[in-house]
Design a binder for this molecule. Structure first.
Ligand code: IVH
Length: 735
């Protein structure tokens, strides 16, 4: 496995590594499941899967047909094992007003009345809005982790908790009890939540409603590598069973946790008076919106453990602690309209436009309605969905700012629903370009995607810039000097609307010069403003671009006859990454043929009656081709493009002189440097015949790791067997 951070991988490197990981993981799966003889540890195996997932999340277009994440049925999915907590996991009494807090303190004073000199201290710390977990350490080693469950019995989620970086596998420092259950909160930051939403949107994955539910879902994954990819966090704030008190006070115990390697809230203080507690409550409230994660109050606890023990518990709650909740920042308003926004990847996102209302000091006018099912309140099978809400235009709704930041609808005031309010009809066409908007079926799960997407791939203005950027990117047409920045400029100044326009830029030289000059001016002005100094005569990047216009135009001209696979990839058809594009190029040889088959497939009732069965091309790709070529609006764009660009027909370079020409070759076992279909194509290009099984007619067997019975047949028949490297050398591709 490569050590290189995923963030710094180039697309080519990522593709290579994904290929290698797919082969490697498949081989380990086979050793584990079929042979019962794994050759690596579970941790090493998990690391491979995590790496694979991380790369796929960063390069969603590179997800392979044979990706380990697409394979189903490896470990059987079943519930988690139940764990009985040695000491129950409690909840907290709640306080809503300063008076409630005063009452809490007064109750304490009265309870300890016999002990008038007693100096009760309290801790105050944020109440994190996540999920509590209990982590059992024996001799300093993390041995078991569980959810709260009903407080008495939770679920064993050890493997998932082990993926959380904030949770030490071994305690650091010294002085920890022989056995201790550390308790605290697992949570997800807003940044991580937003990033996950975006990654998910890019691959047409599920939608996520809020960080807390997402953290909960992430913790209950059967595959810990999924949990790992969610970058959950953990704060330690309490403990359950222990063989010794960490320290004599709550505050010092938590400081110990920090020494042992846990993250603890930096906002925890020790205070003596109600005024100090309330003051700290307001300090935390002020910082609430800048913490980057949800909190919903402040927890006060008696500091001295001795006093905690004396004061004791009522049913399910300690008497010595209370959660001072933040006032719910809610308000009522009406839904005036529901608008559909089209994202850069074509997702239709519904937004409720509200009569403006102030919630916690901020005016809220818009609130996301997430997706079609959320608005209906149930999914396409008629099942009510979690967090779903039946919102209609005209409805009165209760709005809340979750975690003080993201506004959301909490509920609909059904009593106030206008008599004529009808369920919202989610559009089935894109409001930006008019193309059909569809919901894909996830081949893995068989479920309908919660998002509806515009199929107007090339013609949808909402998706245009993203597509143009893709068109000129490295694996696609790879036009030198035409990066994302220039694409943005040309798009925004109206010079390039579709890919074809790139090739006519040269004819509009004065306008291009003007756009570049204007940007140069603008940037110089900004620099001046920023530095406060008068303009210096520096050569900016833009200036060089501007002077290098001829170079840009010739770079564009140089790509007028691209390789067919690059061209297909550049079209940006959903699910068609570089590998699939290459397979299609090989299969159809010319763009005209691909278009012809694509259109016929789109028209056919049964796509399989037209589209040939091709190794490595499944229904997802076929459906994507149908959507693309079936959309007449794409025709004009494609025609205009093909008037400018002439993709080279794909030719098999059959070299008769090659050493393997005319020979019959069989590949067996897993190949490490190429996929099966690539190996086959390469051999065929060199004039070899590739067979699926070994027979007397076989001339050569290329065997990778895991080769089975075919090897034996080959040796019985006395056929030459070589490994992948030798094969590559023999065909002149080695070392
Ligand atoms: S102490 C014996 N401290 O709130 C007291 N709980 O309503 C045990 N929570 O289930 C809890 N932040 O999930 C404590 N700083 C904090 C907390 C906290 C969040 C959650 C926890 C618990 C719930 C109780």
């Amino acid at each position: 496995m490569s050590e290189k951070p995923v963030d710094s991988l180039s697309e080519g490197e990522a593709a290579d590594e994904l290929k290698q990981l797919a082969a490697e993981i498949a081989e380990h799966d086979r050793r584990y499941h079929t042979e019962d003889a794994p050759t690596i540890t579970d941790a090493e195996y998990d690391a491979l899967r995590r790496r694979n997932l991380a790369i796929e999340e960063r390069f969603p277009d590179l997800v392979r047909e044979d990706s380990p994440t697409r394979r189903v049925g490896a470990p059987p999915a079943e519930g988690f094992t139940k764990v009985r907590h040695a000491v129950p996991m409690l909840s907290l009494a709640k306080a809503y007003t300063d008076q409630d807090v005063a009452d809490f303190i007064e109750r304490g004073r009265r309870f300890f009345d016999r002990d008038k000199d007693l100096d009760i201290a309290f801790t105050a710390e944020p109440k994190i809005d996540g999920l509590s977990a209990s982590l059992r350490y024996e001799s300093g080693v993390f041995v078991q982790g569980a959810t709260r469950g009903d407080g008495t019995v939770g679920e064993d989620i050890t493997a998932n908790l082990k993926t959380i970086a904030d949770i030490p596998k071994k305690l650091q420092g010294s002085g920890w009890p022989e056995i201790i259950e550390i308790r605290g909160e697992v949570y997800m930051t807003y940044a991580e939540f937003e990033a996950l939403k975006q990654r998910s949107a890019a691959v047409g994955g599920q939608d996520y409603v809020n960080p807390r539910n997402t953290a909960a879902g992430s913790l209950r994954q059967k595959d810990p590598s999924v949990t790992a990819s969610r970058n959950l966090k953990f704060f330690a704030y309490a403990w359950g069973y222990t063989t010794a008190d960490p320290a004599p006070t709550q505050f010092d115990s938590v400081q110990k946790f920090k020494e042992w390697g846990f993250k603890v809230s930096p906002l925890m203080v020790r205070a003596k008076s109600i005024d100090d507690l309330i003051a700290h409550y307001h300090r935390i409230e002020e910082q609430r919106s800048s913490l980057g994660y949800d909190i919903d109050g402040v927890v006060y606890k008696v500091d001295q453990l001795e006093l905690q023990r004396r004061w004791g518990f009522v049913t399910g709650e300690p008497r010595w602690a209370v959660a001072h909740k933040f006032p719910a920042e809610q308000a009522m308003t009406t839904v005036e309209r529901i608008d559909i926004q089209v994202g850069r990847t074509g997702t239709l996102a519904p937004v409720a436009r509200l009569a403006p209302v102030t919630v916690g000091g901020v005016v809220v006018e818009n609130v996301t309605l997430h997706n079609e099912d959320y608005i209906k309140g149930f999914d396409s099978n008629g099942q009510p969905i979690r967090d779903g809400i039946d919102v209609r235009i005209g409805d009165m709704v209760v709005i809340q700012r979750a975690g003080d930041v993201i506004p959301q609808i909490v509920s609909v005031v059904i009593d106030k629903r206008p008599a004529n309010a009808v369920p919202y009809g989610f559009p089935h066409t894109c409001p930006v370009c008019g193309s059909p908007a569809t919901r894909e079926i996830n081949e893995k799960t068989g479920k309908e995607d919660s998002r509806r997407r515009c199929t107007g791939e090339m013609i949808c203005a909402a998706q245009a810039v993203e597509r143009l950027r893709h068109f000129v990117s490295r694996g696609a047409l790879d036009i030198e000097g035409l990066g994302a920045e220039n694409i943005d400029l040309f798009f925004n100044s109206g010079l390039v609307k579709t890919a074809a326009d790139i090739f006519t830029l040269k004819d509009r030289r004065p306008a291009v010069t003007r756009a570049l000059a204007e940007r140069r001016e603008e940037q110089a002005r900004l620099r001046e403003e920023a530095s406060g100094k008068a303009r210096k005569n520096v050569r900016s990047v833009e200036e060089r671009n501007y002077e290098g216009l001829d170079k840009l135009f010739s770079a564009i001209d140089a790509r007028r006859e691209p390789e067919l696979d690059r061209f297909i990839f550049a079209l940006g058809i959903r699910h068609i990454g570089e590998t699939t594009a290459a397979v299609l190029a090989r299969q159809f040889s010319t763009i005209e043929e691909l278009i012809r088959i694509g259109k016929e497939t789109a028209k056919a009732e049964d796509p399989h009656s037209v589209f040939p069965s091709i190794n490595g091309i499944g229904d997802t790709v076929i459906n994507a081709l149908r959507d693309f070529f079936g959309n007449e609006r794409n025709d004009d764009v494609l025609d205009a493009l093909l008037a400018q660009v002439h993709p080279k027909p794909y030719v098999m370079e059959i070299s008769a002189g090659s050493e393997v020409s005319g020979k019959t070759v069989v590949f067996t076992g897993s190949l490490e440097k190429m996929t099966r279909s690539e190996a086959k194509a390469m051999a065929e290009r060199l004039g070899a015949k590739v067979a699926g099984s070994v027979s007397a007619k076989t001339d050569l067997v290329v065997a990778g790791p895991g080769a089975g019975s075919k090897l034996k047949v080959a040796s019985d028949l006395g056929i030459e067997v070589i490994d992948e490297d030798t094969w590559l050398q023999r065909i002149g591709r080695g070392g």
